[in-house]
Design a protein around this ligand. Structure first.
Ligand code: DAH
Length: 349
């Protein structure tokens, strides 16, 4: 009687189980060391001899019944648990994904890299010079002595007295390179870098801007070598049909000096806003290295000659990417930066 009762309760309890923890508790309740079935087993000794066998059988049946029901429920619960987990962790691939914004190179840097690449393909080295410069390299050894009016054009930031300054041009790197070269030829370098002038910032001026300086020194170098070289750079940057022209100009460290114009890549010379209806755009100053500059840097102007050029990097990038405000390069408004990056990457969103 007692056995039947326990068995019925056991079955009821097993049926009402709906989680694995409770199922395990039940296993302990019935089959554990002090479990009900285990206890029944030890009661066998108190059972009269003639009933022992039947009693033993019933207890065994009960244990088997518990075990099989237990196994069944366990399998079912485990399956349910797994299905639930799979359902809750499922990924809905039809949901729109979170947008990851990718970075892109700054367009000014890109332009400089393009110039570096063309020049390197022509055998130029890319060199660097200090932004905090000595007066003697920024001016004196470029044939601009103290008190010379040519200094006025470059409103310079002086740092210590009259000797240390923020370079107002990348041209001092010409001097540094030649001094380092100790008379060896050919000298073939370009130097992109930051320059500083006491200008008020507006759409076309900045107190800090980038120049790309170039210098070549060898035997019998003439203005036509300069023209050929600039032509290669310009065609690479603005297109094969773009032409170069030189206009006479004046710089202390070159003689003759020129302004480099390119034919307007936008209107092909017809006249538009970019070229201010002239068909031409000025992008650099250049010339044949002045004999004084060669001499002061240890190259005999009777033997060697050279050319130099200085591009305004922002101006070139503004032209190339149709930007009308140079502050775009230096502000941190990501919307603007991205706008130009995207256009360059030819990407729609
Ligand atoms: N350094 C000049 C400037 O900042 C630009 C320049 C002109 C560089 C002629 C040159 C050059 O190398 O030959 O205005």
């Amino acid at each position: 009687m007692k056995i039947e009762e326990i068995k019925n309760t056991m079955l009821d309890e097993l049926k009402s189980i709906d989680d694995l923890k409770a199922l395990n508790d039940l296993r302990v309740k019935y089959l554990g060391k002090k479990g009900l079935i285990t206890e029944l087993n030890s009661e066998i000794k108190n059972v009269p001899n003639e009933e022992k066998k039947a009693f033993g059988q019933k207890v065994n049946e009960m244990r088997t019944l518990f075990q099989s029901t237990y196994d069944e429920i366990k399998t079912r619960l485990e399956e349910e648990e797994l299905n639930q987990k799979l359902a809750s962790e499922a990924i809905d691939i039809s949901l729109p994904s979170t947008k990851v914004s990718i970075g892109a190179p700054n367009i000014l840097e890109k332009l400089i890299e393009e110039v570096e690449e063309v020049c390197m393909s022509m055998g130029y080295d890319v060199v660097d010079g200090p932004e905090i410069e000595e007066d003697k390299y920024n001016f004196e050894m470029l044939n601009i002595p103290k008190g010379h009016p040519a200094r006025d054009a470059q409103d310079t930031f002086y740092l210590e007295g009259e000797e240390i300054l923020l370079r107002s041009q990348t041209s001092p790197v010409q001097v540094r390179t030649m001094l380092k070269g100790k008379g060896e030829v050919p000298v073939r370098v370009i130097c992109p870098g930051k320059t500083y002038r006491r200008d008020d910032d507006d759409a076309t001026h900045s107190h800090q801007f980038m120049q790309i300086e170039g210098l070549l020194v060898d035997k019998d170098i003439s203005l036509s070598d300069l023209k050929g070289t600039i032509d290669v750079i310009v065609k690479k940057l603005f297109g094969e049909d773009v032409e170069t022209r030189f206009r006479p100009s004046y710089y202390q460290f070159t003689e003759p000096s020129v302004e480099v114009d390119i034919s307007c890549f936008n209107c092909k010379g017809k006249g538009c806003n970019i070229c201010k209806h002239t068909g031409w755009i000025t992008i650099a100053g250049a010339g044949v290295v002045h004999p004084n500059v060669l001499r002061m840097s240890g190259y005999d102007p009777e033997v060697w000659s050279g050319f130099a050029f200085g591009f305004g990097a922002e101006r070139m990038a503004m032209l190339k990417y149709d930007i009308n405000d140079l502050r775009v390069f230096y502000n941190t408004d990501l919307r603007e930066v991205k706008h130009f990056d995207r256009r360059e990457l030819k990407c729609d969103d």
